[in-house]
Design a protein around this ligand. Structure first.
Ligand code: NAP
Length: 515
């Protein structure tokens, strides 16, 4: 059994005690342990601020973009080894592990590309300047500069590679050193990636640190130049947002939490339409990819009442295309959930939902030993039941909810649940789709509109893209990540500069921006 270490203040360090057990969810075997007990987080934070930050800020945006490109390449070289780790600690099928690892390298490469045109000035102009006085002599311009603290990144167990490196990409490009903490239960891949990053020598010392195990008192050492980007459950998000030190110092906090994502079939989409095939395929994929453990996975499937029987039958057939088994077995497309705690939570969640919904296929009973959950499709008895819109069952589980087919009712129902990451709607009727988008947008970070015209090229709604924002209001955390260069906003300070025009505009204005 391996003991995983943290990389802090320039050294690999082992915590005391048993710490967190990392299990193989297929066999129940403990494959590694990690602990941070006794590790000195105060020194790590100071090391990031005093050593990593200045070294990163000496580099231009273009040089930091080049560094991200290099990181993408070295992590990609370790791909096969990482895929095996994802299966052993996390229960990922080969496809699931690739989704996570390629998500990490793809996002790094995307940010390398976004960053290479940002030039060599130590700041970014923010919008156009403006005349402030009677004449243009008195001028104003906003700029963005890297903040002088560290970025603490706390991630969920489900995307140990992508979750860590998408946050690191934005922060390092902005010029802010990172302290990465993955979810403990599946930290093996993240730990190996951290080794690859450190051994590559691409990132200056102090700019990348890695916490393997509990966050301990890490957050207590932060101040107003630092920031915390958290991904995980709503319950932990509440604790972090309310952390005394973070509140006292107004530490910037971004929360990406859970959401009861929805897919809506509009009444105009007939069974022979390409959009219908897309709807069935995407819902099946969301339920089974990563065993349903994607923050963006569909939990609520809204279907016009007169189409429910047809959709039920087609989804059951679609779920049959995901053979379940040990994730490293050939042909298997649905592995176990990631760990035994997760297994118990998912089964309890199915049990709770089954009190207000009929089971169409699957159910709480495990189909075999290990952390397996049968793909479980339910049919709501009452579309208004609150629990449907409040309980996230983080596994291969979704519920069909009948509605009357009107856009007004679709909007009313999808907007329940207090804010979501993504909602998908399937319609070839542009007026229906426009009304839906306008009605649902205030409650969702992303809206994916499926139609016959885009079906052939569509990437599924569960896929987070570096060029578009990720996050959602309310229950989804109220945060925002990625979105191309918007992702740098969190790590930089926007400052308004006022003064004589030729100084302000000549020095800080966008006209001087590198092409
Ligand atoms: P979690 O239990 O909330 O844990 C998330 C992270 O927070 C882990 O690294 C955990 O560390 C850490 N943590 C726990 N308590 C903490 C505390 N008091 N202070 C500082 N850190 C603390 O969530 P999870 O079970 O890993 O992830 C599943 C959830 O994440 C799901 O609800 C899913 O919807 C959500 N999620 C959201 C997104 C998104 O982008 N919105 C993406 C992926 C997942 P340990 O693991 O060491 O306890």
């Amino acid at each position: 059994m391996q003991t995983l270490q943290s990389y802090l203040a320039g050294q690999w360090q082992t915590g005391q005690g048993e710490g967190t057990a990392l299990e193989n969810p297929t066999t129940g075997e403990i494959v590694a342990r990690c602990s941070t007990q006794g590790l000195d987080f105060a020194t790590a934070v100071a090391h990031g601020r005093d050593v990593g930050g200045p070294a990163l800020r000496k580099m231009t945006f273009a040089e930091r973009a080049q560094m991200l490109k290099g990181l993408s390449a070295v992590i990609h070289e370790a791909r096969e080894e990482l895929i095996e780790m994802g299966s052993r600690n996390g229960g990922n099928t080969r496809g699931d592990a690739k989704f996570d690892i390629d998500g990490a390298t793809g996002t790094l490469a995307a940010y390398a590309s976004f960053g290479k045109r940002l030039g060599d000035r130590p700041f970014l102009p923010d919008g156009d300047g403006m005349q402030l006085g009677r004449t243009a002599r008195f001028w104003g311009q906003h700029i963005r500069v890297p903040r002088r603290g560290v970025a603490v990144h706390i991630n969920a167990f489900n995307f140990p590679a992508w979750g860590m490196m998408e946050k690191a990409a934005c922060s390092l490009l902005a010029g802010v050193p990172v302290i990465e903490k993955p979810g403990g239960a599946t930290a093996l891949i993240a730990w190996r990636i951290a080794q690859v990053v450190v051994e590559s020598g691409l990132v200056p010392e102090g700019a990348f640190q890695f916490v393997c195990g509990s966050a301990g008192d890490l957050l207590s050492h932060l101040n107003g130049q630092d920031c915390v980007a958290f991904t995980g459950s709503a319950a932990t998000g509440i604790k972090i947002r309310g952390h005394e030190t973070l509140v006292r110092h107004n530490v910037r906090v971004n929360i990406e939490a859970d959401s009861i994502n929805a897919a809506v079939l509009a009444p105009d989409v007939e069974a022979d339409a390409e959009a219908y095939g897309l709807f069935i395929g995407n819902v099946g994929l969301d339920m089974c990819q990563k065993a349903g453990q994607k923050c963006t996975a569909v939990r609520r499937i809204f279907v016009p009442t007169d189409r429910v029987d047809e959709v039920k039958a087609d989804l059951v057939a679609e779920l049959g295309r995901f053979p379940q088994g040990a994730p490293d077995e050939k042909g298997v497309r649905l592995g176990p959930v990631a760990h035994s705690g997760q297994h118990a939570d998912v089964r309890a969640g199915i049990q709770r939902l089954s009190e207000i919904a009929d089971i169409v296929t699957g159910g709480p009973e495990p189909p075999r030993d290990g952390c397996f959950v049968s793909p479980t499709l339910m049919l709501a008895k009452d579309p208004e039941a609150e629990i449907l819109h409040e309980l996230e069952v983080f596994g291969p589980v979704a519920t069909i909810i009948p509605y009357d087919g009107t856009v007004e009712k679709a909007i009313d129902l999808v907007n329940r649940g207090d804010g979501g990451l993504v909602v998908s709607a399937y319609s070839n009727d542009a007026k229906w789709s426009e009304a839906f988008v306008i009605g649902a947008a205030p409650y969702h970070g992303r809206i994916w509109v499926g139609s016959d015209r885009m079906a052939e090229q569509a990437l599924p709604p569960g896929m987070v893209l570096p060029g578009l924002v990720h996050g959602g209001p309310g229950r989804a955390g109220g945060g925002e990540e990625l979105g191309a260069l918007r992702g740098l906003d969190f790590y930089t300070q926007r400052t308004a500069i006022q003064g004589f025009k030729s100084f302000v505009d000549g020095t800080f204005g966008p006209a001087n921006e590198a092409e």
